[in-house]
Structures are given as C-alpha cells and as structure tokens.
Design a protein around this ligand. Sequence first.
Ligand SMILES: *Cc1c(COP(=O)(O)O)cnc(C)c1O
Length: 352
Amino acid sequence: MNKYWSNGIESLTPYEAGEQQPDRDYVKLNTNENPYPPSPKVLAAIQESANGSLRLYPDPESNSVKQTIADHYNLEKNNVFVGNGSDEVLAFSFLAFYQDKPDLVFPNISYTFYPVYCRLFDISYTTFPLTGEFEIDVDKVPEQSGGIIIANPNAPTGTFLAIEKIEILLKRNPDAVILIDEAYIDFGGQSCVSLINKYKNLLVVQTLSKSRSLAGMRIGFALGDADLINGLNRVKNSFNAYPVDTLATAGAIEAIRDDDYFQQCRKAIIETRGWTVKELEKLSFNVVSSMANFIFITHEQMAAKSLYHELKNKGILVRYFDMPDIDNYLRVSIGTMEDMKIFIDTIGPIVE
Ligand SMILES: *Cc1c(COP(=O)(O)O)cnc(C)c1O
C-alpha cells in the first residue's frame, strides 16, 4: 500500500491483457488482433486529417462517426454512442446502468474485464455457470437481476448464443439493461442490432478493434434506444468531453464505409478458422465450436500450460488462462493462412 493512494486502490484487481511487447519476433496469436492491415482507405483518411486542424478539439459528440454508423445499421444517430475503444464504452455502461442495482449477472467464464469494472465501480455481481460445452443455458440465468451482460460470441470460448435466446432474456427482464458485447460478431454470428427498435432494454456494444483491424486506433460504439444512449452521454460528458480524437474520427468513418475490404478480411479469417480446426482435430485436439476470430482448444494428452510454454519457446504466442475450469485450454487467435500453417507445423510435433 502506497501512502499516496486513495482507499480502495490496493484492493483492485486490474485486468491483465495478453503479452503486448514481446521480447522477440513471435507469431502473435494471443490477443485476437486482426492479422490483416486496416483498409488502405482508412490509412489515407487518417494521413489526410493529420494537418493543421489538429490544433482544434474534435467534435465532442462525434456526430460524423455516429451518422456513418447509424446509416450502416439502419438506425438513427440518437441510437449511437461512440467511445475510445469498446472497453471505455463498457465502463461507461457499467456506470450508467448497473450502479446501485440488484446484482449484475454474467457467465462465470466470460470477458475478464467485467468483474474488474464491477470492483472499480462497486457494483455487486453474480455469475452463472456455462454448460459442459461452454454454452449459455438461458434457464440458468438468474432472474430479478440488476442487468445481464453477455459477450456474444463469448470470450474466451468463442461460443455463440442464438438471438432467439437473447430475446427470451430481453422479454424476461424488461426493467434491466441487457448488454450484448458483440466484439466478435462479424466472424459468423448473427447480431442483435435488428432487435434494437423492438426492445428498449437492449444495448449492443461493438468495436472496430477486431473485425476492422483497428485495435491500435481505439474506437468502440454502443447501439440502443435513445434513452440508453442519453444515459451514456451523461456519463461521458462527466468524464471526458472528447474521447474520440480527430484522426480516429477520420479512420472510423472509412472503416465503416469500406464494406468490400471488410467482407474480404472477415471471409478470409472464417475460412482460415475452418482449416485450422480441421488440422487440430487431426492432432487429437478438442476444439470448442467458435464463431469468433479465435478458437479455444484442449488436447487429450498434453496439458495446456506446458503446451503454452513449448509454443512460446518455439516462437508462437497464444493465450493461457490460469483460471478454474479453463486452465487446460488455450485460446488461439486466427492469423493469416501462413501464420496458421506455421502454428500447425509447430504444434504437431509437440503433441505427437
Ligand atoms: C477485445 C474485446 C473488447 C474490447 O475491445 P476494444 O479494443 O476496447 O474496443 C470488448 N469485449 C470483448 C469481449 C473483447 O474481447
């Protein structure tokens, strides 16, 4: 405990990201980044906006990005909130919708940032167990909660919950905000965005970090009823008036508009995922069914932890979670076909 710290800082358990500054040149399959670069149009727009006008503050309401996203999803601008990465949008949502409420509810295996925010903002929470296949059984979701958060597809498992099931939760809990974190939705799942005009308690959060190759730029957004978006605006304007900078604004607009490039990248990743799964199954891996740009794998004989270390020694970084229920699994991001061939050629001899 440092004497200068505020009370409560000592007891926080901060989020731990995957290794981001490795000591050598790895095949990096540990943080679900997109292996393809951003669209050339995005890079051109950022370069073009790097000019004298950077002396000015950006539009505090990010109107141009909001309008572009609204047009793309057939919504109104007042259904859109934009923030500095979806982690920030999630943090604002916890503050806006879950403080001083009954327990917030999420699966026991999910994005590890959720309990971190709960502790930071003093939000009480309850988790519910996933099935043996890491699926969500909606009848296991506690009722009378202060809200529900579901990463869909889930992280780190990659499993997808059908939107008909989410609709059951929306109907059962009309007085609580159901937040669907769709960070990985573009890799094969079906988005809940189509339900926004039907349910006032639905907030869908997405990001440009994964499917649009812009993890380094930090843009995330939320889609929902105008009243929910207003709640987020109140939090944002009490915290940081300008979370979206001028360069990110220019890049985000082009990233949403360049749909051809986006479709090409996501198709390549989905195809590479299919190939990787087949190869791993030949090597006696059990692969959890994934709709994300990563897969969650376990081997019949070899412990995940030693596999993680052996891969690292051989120049491949994957993610290992030393946590109950999943400590014999590895999460492997889907890279280029070339990356995944190296991965399979390396992991094969280790397990054989
Ligand atoms: C990556 C990720 C995010 C955060 O993405 P940002 O880069 O902050 O936009 C949010 N939720 C889940 C489940 C993620 O995996």
